[in-house]
Design a protein around this ligand. Structure first.
Ligand code: GUN
Ligand code: ZN
Length: 431
């Protein structure tokens, strides 16, 4: 076994339903005893754990914050090389920036290079679990799963399905969508840390036949993800394409695609009846604040989601989002709620850590294994320990308590401050 000594901070409770301070667990000089399978056996003050287990080797991680690995609930693998296309709304950005790049993944050599960069990028950003929006090409998905399998990350991903209104090389008919998805599910779903998510791009590019294919695939106990209510022109276009649907979410719901295993990205322009449906069915929303700001998609109504009992986690939405670091998404989520004035939700540092870790683990159904440091869970963690003399190091030295330290981390940290990342006890960054 190993005993890790650090300032330990995590959110085993739910700060949206409990008092935020009560949802937090933290020890200034804490210890985590981890067995050889990478599972946390005991947690508490370091002195007590060390006295009880004097022969276990100690890894000293003091001088930073040890928190659970970040969870990214919405990130596009084929868009890693397309970050930074500013100044366009969603549909123009897709046409001019994202989709031309996605087409390049038809080439397996290109896809493999992007997959390697993507997986390395997640690790470097402290993300240990992700719901990954895949490629339209099945070979590119095999390549991603192979890379993910070797990485130690918890990756849920799927082939992107579309049969209309995108550039023709990204379209597939329902038969091919079904056959290729089934083959990928068979190869990868439940394979070690990998799982499959059925992934229609969005209702705008999916006919009713594609939705039927999705419903058939969901019989396999897999996950579901897509986009909803991101941009007003998109919402109006979908309303025109599905005149019988009650609302945007209904284009998915009437095919049985809204369940507690569904994660919907954005939901900026949600109606109350849609929120009620999401809350009632236990579906989750991936809030993607840097993407929403970069594309000018709108102001995320977090307070209304909370009122309706809709679970919300964070997504980087790379490449519309501005990077893979979930800490930045948390800070942007905080900024936006401040700017909403009386309509904003008052996010505390505890909420931000929850959104970046445990909320994502719950959204992806991984919360029995990762997302907090309760004994019995895996040692899945990120150590934020900034270089000596950096502005973050100076601020951490002046923090009054762990919540204050957490606030300073969310304000200042970047991936350059990540010293190590562990998945199931295994360090992922070269020392
Ligand atoms: N809606 C459909 N496709 C996409 C995409 O790639 N990114 C975003 N942000 N929204 C989408
Ligand atoms: Zn997206």
């Amino acid at each position: 076994m190993s005993l890790y000594r650090a300032t330990v901070v995590d959110v085993p409770g739910d700060p949206f339903s409990d008092n935020p301070a009560a949802a937090l667990a933290s020890e200034q000089d804490g210890g985590l005893l981890v067995d050889n399978a990478g599972v946390i056996v005991e947690r508490g003050p370091f002195a007590a754990l060390h006295a009880a287990h004097p022969d276990e080797p100690v890894t000293d991680l003091r001088g930073g914050l040890l928190m659970p690995g970040f969870v990214d609930t919405h990130v596009h693998y084929p868009q890693l090389r397309a970050i930074g296309g500013l100044g366009m709304p969603l549909l123009d950005w897709l046409e001019q920036c994202a989709l031309p790049e996605e087409s390049r993944l038809a080439d397996p050599f290109y896809a493999d290079a992007v997959a390697a960069e993507f997986v390395d990028g997640l690790v470097s950003a402290g993300t240990t679990s992700a719901l990954v929006f895949g490629s339209h090409f099945a070979t590119a998905m095999d390549i991603l799963f192979e890379r993910a399998d070797r990485s130690g990350l918890n990756i849920t991903a799927g082939l992107v399905l579309s049969d209309r209104l995108l550039r023709p090389d990204l379209l597939s008919g329902p038969e091919r969508c079904l056959a290729q998805s089934q083959a990928l599910i068979e190869r990868w779903h439940g394979h070690d840390r990998l799982r499959y998510a059925v992934t229609p791009r969005f209702a705008l590019s999916s006919s009713e036949s594609i939705m039927d294919v999705c419903a058939e695939l969901l019989a396999d106990d897999v996950w579901f993800t897509t986009h909803v209510n991101e941009n007003q022109v998109e919402v109006a276009t979908v309303a025109g394409l599905f005149p019988d649907a009650d609302h945007y979410l209904d284009t998915y719901h009437r095919h049985g695609l809204v369940t507690s295993r569904s994660v919907f990205a954005h939901n900026v322009h949600a109606r109350d009846d849609e929120l009620e449906l999401l809350g009632g069915l236990g579906a989750w929303v991936a809030h993607c604040p840097t993407s929403n700001a970069a594309l000018g998609s709108g102001l995320f109504p977090l307070a209304r989601h909370v009122q309706h009992g809709v679970g919300v986690a964070l997504g980087s939405d790379v490449g519309a989002g501005t990077g893979l670091f979930i800490g930045k998404e948390a800070l942007q989520a905080y900024f936006l709620q401040r700017l909403l004035g009386p309509d904003g939700y008052p996010l505390t540092p505890v909420h931000l850590l929850y959104l970046a870790t445990r909320a994502g683990a719950k959204a992806l159904g991984l919360d029995d294994r990762v997302g907090d440091f309760t004994p019995g869970k895996e040692f899945d963690a990120v150590l934020i320990r900034p270089p000596a003399g950096s502005t973050l190091a100076v601020n951490l030295a002046h923090a009054t308590d762990t919540v204050d330290a957490l606030a300073r981390v969310f304000a200042l940290a970047t991936p350059a401050d990540i010293e190590q990342v562990w998945s199931c006890g295994r360090p992922l960054l070269a020392g």
